[in-house]
Design a protein around this ligand. Structure first.
Ligand code: NZQ
Ligand code: ZN
Length: 395
């Protein structure tokens, strides 16, 4: 195991109806003038925005609103939010929604006290300060409610890029699993896929002697395999929703990733798909992650053994000691089958992506002659090959 720092300062407030208490947490963390940030309307239709306003009113906290965040949130609304927040002297941003809304809130939070263009933080610069952010989560997926990350799409060129800093970790996140019961099955499955991908990005490592984090990762993956079909079948299954919601947070606070190298190439490769086609991030990952596994299985014996560990411990495959590659492939097949069973696409056609766009996707990935990835170092040609495998994948 490697040495590590683990910093996860967010207060998590979990359970039914806890959103009614949101005003008290804004107060606890010093908010006096709040920007309520939300998406395309699901939180308005469900009555959640009214509940939030009522709680803020009860605590004497004033607020203004900015809705309209789109999935794959855009820089254009972030600029609008920064301007509004400065004009209204906002000191707290309350994101009500999913990862897109939380990420947009984090971007506004960094942009308000910064003299330059907030996009600098999505081009490698580290933010040193930000307004406080709190969240009321409505979808288990991105893990942004507990992460120091934000992903924004620049409309000019449709570039999707991430920023990371401890200053944007939410002060608190209110998590009521019942709020996720209105999610359509497809969005539920996209979220589940993203959660599993966050675990796999950490699970595939060259660091040895990481039993505790390996086992934590496997616990999360087994939970997702058990609980996701239950909520697809019965969207109102509160207990299954609760397990998925907490799994989503645990998967991405990095508690299961500390002390080990991590990979993250599947996320980078997927982000080009959701930028170009505006597809859901989780759906893009369903196509890319097994294709990445197929690719790495062909390239190193060590990779095969990690895939065998996944196959046997997570998907219950029998270990074939004579032919470990067969076990690795069986594990990848189980993963694709699982994704298909919950309604996820498994190839380009099902996602709405086109094979002829692969050169453009690789170009935007922007690796040039370099290599990237913590588990397997990929070149641009490797990335192209992963897109090609993803394009043609079959069960
Ligand atoms: O906009 P509304 O009307 O709210 O509808 C949303 C949206 O259409 C809908 N939805 C959310 N909660 C709902 C609901 N519909 C009915 N009932 C509810 N309770 O679901 C759709 C997707 O919402 P979104 O916020 O985009 O989902 P998600 O949480 O999957 O966020 C995806 C974004 O997060 C980024 C992704 O790249 C993507 O842009 N990521 C952020 C990360 C982070 N900050 O740490 C890490 C991730 O790897 C990921 O990259
Ligand atoms: Zn993700």
């Amino acid at each position: 195991m490697n040495s590590f720092d683990f910093y996860s300062p967010t207060k998590f407030v979990f359970g039914k109806d806890r959103e009614k208490e949101v005003g008290s947490y804004v107060k606890e963390f010093g908010g006096t003038k709040v920007l309520i940030h939300y998406g395309g309307g699901s939180a308005v239709r469900s009555g959640l925005i009214d509940t939030v306003k009522k709680s803020l009113d009860e605590h004497g906290i004033s607020y203004c609103e900015l809705g309209g965040v789109k999935p794959n949130p855009r820089d254009t609304l972030v600029y609008e939010g920064i301007e509004l927040a400065r004009k209204e002297k906002i000191d707290f941003i309350l994101a009500v929604g999913g990862g897109s809304i939380i990420d947009s809130a984090k971007a506004i939070a960094m942009g308000v006290p910064y003299d330059g263009d907030f996009w600098d933080f999505y081009s490698g610069k580290q933010a040193k300060e930000a307004l406080s952010v709190g969240t009321v989560l409505t979808i288990a997926a991105a893990g942004s409610e507990g992460s120091g990350d934000s992903v924004i799409t620049k409309v000019d060129g449709m570039l999707k890029r991430g920023a990371g800093s401890d200053v944007i970790r939410p002060r608190f996140s209110v998590m009521d699993p019942a709020l996720t019961q209105t999610l359509p099955a497809y969005q539920t499955a996209c979220g589940a896929t993203d959660i599993m991908a966050h675990v796999f990005e950490r699970y595939f490592t060259n660091t040895t002697e990481v039993e505790v984090t390996d086992r934590l990762c496997e616990a999360l993956l087994l939970t997702m395999i058990k609980e996701t079909p239950r909520v697809i079948e019965d969207p109102n299954n509160y207990q299954a929703r609760a397990n998925i919601m907490w799994a989503g947070t645990v998967a991405h606070t990095n508690i299961v990733g500390v002390g080990r190298d991590q990979d993250w190439n599947s996320h980078g490769i997927e982000h080009e798909l959701s930028a170009l086609y505006d597809c859901a991030h989780g759906a893009g990952l369903a196509v890319i992650m097994p294709a990445w596994m197929d690719f790495i299985s062909e390239h190193h014996d060590g990779n095969v053994m990690r895939l065998c560990q996944m196959a046997t411990r997570v998907f219950g495959c029998e270990m074939d000691f004579e032919d470990p590659m067969a076990t690795a492939k069986a594990g990848i097949h189980c993963f694709r089958e699982f994704l298909h069973s919950i309604g996820m696409p498994i190839n380009f056609a099902e996602l709405g992506a086109k094979e002829e766009d692969i050169p453009a996707l690789v170009e935007k990935f922007g690796l040039g002659d370099g290599r990237t990835g913590g588990f397997v170092r990929l070149s641009s040609e490797d990335v192209a090959e992963i897109y090609r495998i993803a394009a043609k994948a079959e069960l």
